[in-house]
Design a binder for this molecule. Structure first.
Ligand code: SF4
Length: 379
């Protein structure tokens, strides 16, 4: 297929596809799906080999957010029966982080609900970052605290935060449909503040909120313009009690096409498979490892993922390896560090069973363990 040959050539040269090419990936048929995965897989292996970076979420503060992001179970007015708690103490957060590190996580993502942190919150998180770094040697810490005010990015960097996450989520044109309490430009500005302070930027999207193909391509091109080091791709988890509870419009095949499109547009960037993979990719999750080079281990902020040991088994069974702390995630040209593992040819992927059209509401399960509870996490 000419399209795929062109996209592989561009991906290996780190050249931006055209919008039409990105749209054409989303428009491929199910018959072409394995060819699309194989093509994007070549680009993935060129820049990241067969390594999979594991990341672990710690929800420092859960629920009761004054913002109204319609996809979010923690939003203003959410009826989702999630855990609600205020700031975890540094030792408790570090204990939660240690479970992820023990499971192989290289990065811990510290997340707090809310529009953005107060200066006192930044002090609190700074202490948590120090505690985690003291108690978990070599771990990368990413903070995700919402919109940043002047000077806060610098303070987090000084406290030891390696990265800052703030997702663009959807296209600028549709941002007002999913949130009215802040806008797209607020989000762009926070990512830029994090970059200016010397933190590695992590910014991604949520697919499955009723957006068009053009919206998906728009947000991925906007991300490419911002040039984050990592791009998490979430698939909407339609929580009961949120406005998007009925948005079940992804199939495993569409989820794979979206991931392939992101890989072609952001070839040498850490593409991270994030929330919703169990719910929407279901038994096709292992194919996604040919497209992404990073996943979350275990549970998400307010919902349960598959058990950490199942994640590790899936990675090994699919012929991939967990990335160690002695390896630099990003290729040399992005970091100035050692070159990434050279490309290897993978055997052709096996043909999966035909997907089911049924939605799997039963897979949406509110998190009842790990951070903020007395129960151990599933990492
Ligand atoms: S600001 Fe964050 S926590 Fe609050 S509703 Fe939006 S996504 Fe959820």
């Amino acid at each position: 297929m000419d399209l795929l040959n062109t996209l592989v050539d561009k991906g290996l040269r780190r050249e931006l596809p055209t919008r039409e090419e990105a749209l054409a990936v989303l428009a491929t048929s199910d018959d072409e799906l394995l060819d699309v995965v194989a093509a994007a897989g070549k680009v993935r292996r060129q820049w990241f080999g067969r390594r999979v970076k594991l990341n672990y979420l710690v929800n420092l503060k859960s629920g009761l957010c004054p913002e109204d992001c319609s996809y979010c179970s923690q939003r203003l007015g959410s009826k989702a029966e999630i855990l609600k708690y205020t700031w975890l103490k540094p030792d408790d957060a570090s204990k939660a982080a240690a479970a992820g590190v023990a499971g192989g996580a290289k990065r811990v993502c510290l997340v707090a609900s809310g529009r953005g942190p107060t200066d006192k919150d930044v002090d609190r998180v700074s202490e948590t970052i120090s505690t985690i770094k003291e108690q978990n040697e070599g771990v990368e810490v990413c903070a995700c605290l919402g919109l940043l005010s002047d000077g806060q990015a610098e303070r987090l960097r000084t406290a030891g935060a390696d990265a800052y996450n703030h997702n663009l989520n959807t296209s600028e044109a549709t941002y007002g449909d999913i949130c009215t309490t802040h806008d797209f430009s607020d989000r762009v500005s926070t990512v830029q503040q994090a970059q200016a302070a010397g933190m590695s930027a992590c910014s991604g999207l949520i697919a499955g909120m009723g957006e068009s193909d053009a919206d998906l391509v728009d947000v991925v091109f906007a991300l490419r313009d911002l040039d984050p080091d990592s791009v998490p791709v979430n698939f909407l988890i339609p929580f009961e009690g949120t406005p998007l509870a009925e948005e079940w419009n992804l199939t495993p095949q569409r989820a794979l096409r979206i991931l392939a499109m992101v890989r072609f547009v952001c070839p040498d960037v850490e593409v991270r498979l994030a929330g919703g993979r169990e719910v929407h990719l279901r038994s096709l999750q292992p194919l996604a490892l040919h497209l992404v080079n990073s996943i979350f281990l275990g549970d998400y902020l307010t919902s349960e993922g598959q058990a950490g040991k199942d994640d590790l088994a899936m990675i090994a069974d699919a012929g991939f390896e967990v990335e160690g702390t002695d390896t630099t995630t990003l290729p040399e040209h992005r970091t100035g560090s050692e070159a990434a593992t050279p490309a290897e040819e993978a055997p052709a992927a096996a043909v999966p069973a035909p997907p089911s059209d049924d939605t799997r509401r039963d897979l949406v399960s509110v998190r009842r363990r790990g951070a903020g509870t007395d129960l151990p996490p599933n990492a």
